[in-house]
Design a protein around this ligand. Structure first.
Ligand code: AMP
Length: 395
């Protein structure tokens, strides 16, 4: 795996695809700089070698050129985080960009305007990729969040740097850590899959069954499994058309010797609100008019036991509506159990939008082994797919 550490960037211009697709507030200021911080070590490596950085990224889903999606909005935050005054080019290709790059000196950083202001970026247009490729000597892909897309800047461009291309440090560590779960894992391996819908997690569940010993299923998606097995789930979230699928997952797991752990009790509510009346009920005996919004204490104990006996843990998706305080206990308890196991030497990887948000909200980021920055990209890797952005560097 070739990374920036295999190159000396002295007098070189590194063209780095970063993932600066950060959330902005109403004043168009960066609301969460996690992704900028994640790209910092790659940028610093190039600068310390005595080279310069040309940073390219997308931001949001603009329809043509839209000011609110301009990367200019984040330039000052990037400067503050890297500790270098970042220059800005108002177009990511063309004469102006090329001029700015010709004038770029070692130790300097230039940020290009939003790649998606050109529809050719998402289309994976070859001509556009070729234009971009003129802007650096060495191509570095450090954008894990878009590694599952075959866009011009994430994959197509790589062929214009047959020898001079590599992974950034973030992308390299994402690959390494996901491999720790998929290929180099210590047994027993436990996957915890939660979240709202089973339909969005079916492929990942099916493909990881070969690699795991235990599967904990929580969150809204558990109710499709409970109902399929004949349980009463009241008005809990359910996907009726996925009941067959749920039963076939249970069967497949049995054949593969994977132990499935479904919730045994739930905190149920009479409405989808933090102010609802609540009580605890057996997971398969939820009365009409009530819905399960969190797992109950018996379930917490069972899940905790499984987690503490695991050597490798993958966590994707909350086990309750953790955004509401009254239904966050299950997810907090789960997170704490993972932290406790990690402290005793278990490798724990957390990934996928909402579990990452939960880990942040409950201050567990430092207490798990690795938090993946890419939701979709991580899920596709776990599904066993080859990601275009990763593949393009290997070719
Ligand atoms: P996902 O994006 O599929 O991982 O789903 C995450 C969402 O699932 C979060 O917003 C949770 O609030 C929601 N969720 C978790 N448990 C439940 C539940 N029992 N009922 C409804 N939504 C849930």
């Amino acid at each position: 795996m070739k990374t920036v550490n295999d190159f000396n960037f002295e007098n070189k211009k590194a063209l780095i695809r970063v993932d600066f697709n950060v959330p902005l507030n109403d004043n168009l200021e960066v609301a969460d700089s996690t992704r900028i911080l994640a790209a910092k070590s790659t940028i610093i490596k190039v600068l310390e070698d005595g080279g310069s950085c040309v940073l390219m990224s997308h931001l949001g889903r603009p329809n043509g050129v839209e000011e609110k999606f301009s990367l200019k909005n984040i330039a000052s935050k990037v400067s503050e985080i890297i500790g270098v005054q970042v220059q800005f080019s108002e177009n990511c290709i063309g004469e102006k960009a090329e001029q700015a790059i010709a004038e770029l000196e070692n130790g300097e950083v230039l940020l290009l305007e939003n790649l998606r202001f050109h529809k050719e970026e998402k289309a994976g247009d070859d001509e556009f990729a070729k234009e971009l490729s003129k802007l650096g000597d060495i191509y570095v892909n450090d954008a894990f969040g878009t590694a599952h897309r075959a866009h011009a800047s994430t994959a197509i461009i790589a062929k214009y740097f047959p020898k001079n291309k590599c992974y950034g440090l973030l992308l390299a560590s994402e690959i390494e850590n996901i491999h720790k779960v998929l290929t180099d894992s210590k047994k027993p391996v436990t996957a915890i899959i939660g979240g709202a819908k089973v339909s969005s997690k079916i492929t990942i569940i099916e493909s990881i069954l070969d690699k795991i010993d235990h599967l904990i299923i929580g969150g809204g998606m558990a109710f499709t499994f409970i109902k399929a097995q004949g349980g009463s789930i009241g008005s809990s979230l359910v996907e009726d058309d996925k009941q067959e699928m749920a039963l076939s997952i249970l069967k497949l797991a049995k054949e593969k010797n994977v132990k499935i752990h479904l919730p045994v009790d739930a905190i149920i509510a009479d409405q989808f609100s933090n102010d609802a009346h609540t009580k605890t009920e057996a997971i398969n005996a939820i009365p009409e008019g009530w819905m399960g919004l969190d797992v109950g204490s018996k379930t917490n104990t069972i899940f905790r036991e499984v987690i503490l006996n695991s050597k490798t843990i993958l966590w994707n998706g909350p086990v309750g509506v953790f955004e509401m305080e009254n239904f966050a206990t299950g997810t907090i308890s789960l997170g704490n159990a993972i932290a406790e196991a990690t402290e005793k030497g278990t490798f724990s990887l957390v990934g996928g939008g909402d579990s990452v948000a939960a880990v942040k909200q409950f201050n567990l980021t430092e207490k798990v082994s690795y938090v993946s920055t890419g939701g979709g990209a991580m899920l596709e890797m776990l599904e066993g797919k080859t990601l275009p952005g990763i593949q393009a560097i290997l070719e």
